[in-house]
Write a new protein. Structure first.
Length: 76
């Protein structure tokens, strides 16, 4: 299954170990994972950061908003 890594301002890239290989994806990139259990864990643990990729020719009009991710605090 293809997953889209949306990233955040403070997580512009993802690095992880999947299916016996190291994966490196920049924000906006896709990640191909064949293990459905790994896909389910990523979608459950990181909602809004990893989303199922749309088929070719279709784009996401309005991606879901992740309420768990907050903007970093600004020191005054």
């Amino acid at each position: 299954m293809k997953l889209l890594y949306k990233g955040t301002a403070y997580l512009p890239e993802y690095r992880g170990w999947h299916e016996g290989r190291m994966v490196h994806v920049h924000a906006g990139g896709t990640l191909e994972i064949n293990d459905t259990q790994e896909v389910a864990v990523l979608l459950k643990d990181f909602p809004g950061i990893f989303v199922p990729a749309e088929p070719e020719g279709r784009s996401m009009d309005c991606p879901p908003v992740d309420k768990q991710i907050k903007a970093p605090r600004v020191k005054k």
